[in-house]
Design a protein around this ligand. Structure first.
Ligand code: ASP
Length: 317
């Protein structure tokens, strides 16, 4: 594995190996604190879009493995992109400084792929516009399979499925992970104007993963094993008024709260890639089925440690 660009690039075998490595590193970190695997390696964090979890957890993952990090935040303003430099040239410059990998988040779909085309070092896609967020999908699936033990897992996805990159990557990862003894069924529960795009639906059909599309939250909640809620990606709407309308709709009709979550199965789980902005009420947080704080976020650390180790020290996996 050199670059991480799309969830579609992983095989079931590779996903299982990453999850086993994440389990192992979680134990090693508990027993030994800071590890030594990436001594002498530098991971560069190149972020053109805001981030809390992905940037922090990748940075800490590198450091907890004994490596170092450097970064540019708000790279659209603070890098030469503001002077008109192309992404490709920025990558050429960064890799001349003897860094070992670049984790990139960009507002354009396909940006990580464009970076990878000119990069001699690994490029990790930390979110490319409304395209993909493959490392989020890895930590989401890791959280799902470590909590839900069923022959067929019903995963409902809610909120903004049209612009959300995390749900797109999660669908693609599920396609790769699904097997005869690990079956999945998906439910896309959103306002019709925020429905999952056809490219992903076509891929699910081709892979034989059953799915349904609905705007009925009260029917969806009792039927699912996982409810994966997402926020409305207002920054991706060309028309701000439509973004506002969709935002209000998801915050009201499609929001999770203690009352409607009470109808879910006792062993179901609730996930959210975060940030949440009203689509899960804080009165759900204390529910033991709510895994977004801290389990899902913390899994991001271990899964990203596993990814960095696999890419930069395959001999240590
Ligand atoms: N943090 C996730 C992302 O970067 C989800 C979100 O922003 O809504 O895609």
């Amino acid at each position: 594995m050199k670059h991480v660009l799309s969830a579609s690039q992983f095989s079931r075998e590779k996903i299982l190996s990453l999850f086993a490595t994440a389990d192992r590193l979680k134990r090693e970190r508990k027993d030994h604190g800071v590890l030594d695997y990436l001594r002498g390696k530098l991971v560069y964090l190149l972020f053109y879009e805001p981030s809390t979890r992905t940037r922090t957890s990748f940075g800490l993952a590198a450091r907890y493995l004994g490596g170092r990090t450097d970064f540019t935040e708000a790279a659209g303003i603070f890098s030469s992109a503001a002077k008109g430099e192309t992404l490709e040239d920025t990558i050429r410059v960064l890799q001349s400084y003897e860094i070992d990998a670049i984790v990139i988040r960009h507002k354009e779909r396909g940006a990580a792929e464009a970076a990878a085309r000119v990069a001699g070092i690994p490029i990790i896609n930390a979110g490319d516009g409304d395209g993909e967020h493959p490392t989020q999908a890895l930590l989401d699936l890791y959280t799902i399979v470590s909590n839900v033990r069923r022959d067929e897992i019903v995963v409902a996805m809610g909120g903004d499925l049209k612009h959300g990159r995390t749900v797109r990557s999660l669908c693609r990862l599920i396609i790769k992970y699904a097997a005869d003894d690990a079956k999945f069924c998906l439910v896309f529960c959103s306002p019709p104007e925020l429905a999952m795009r056809d490219d992903v639906l076509d891929e699910l059909r081709a892979a034989g993963i059953p799915f349904s599309v609905t705007d009925n939250l009260s029917e969806t909640l009792p039927a699912c094993d996982v409810f994966y809620q997402t926020r409305v990606q207002r920054e991706r709407f060309a028309n701000a008024l439509l973004g506002d309308a969709a935002f209000l709709d998801v915050q009201t009709r499609f929001a999770l709260n203690a009352a409607n979550v009470a109808t879910m199965k006792p062993d179901a789980i609730i996930l959210h890639p975060l940030p949440r902005v009203g689509e899960i009420s804080p009165d759900v947080d204390a529910d033991p089925r709510a895994k977004y704080f801290p389990e899902q976020t913390r899994n991001g650390l271990y899964v990203r440690m596993a990814l960095l180790l696999t890419i930069l020290r395959p001999d240590a996996v």
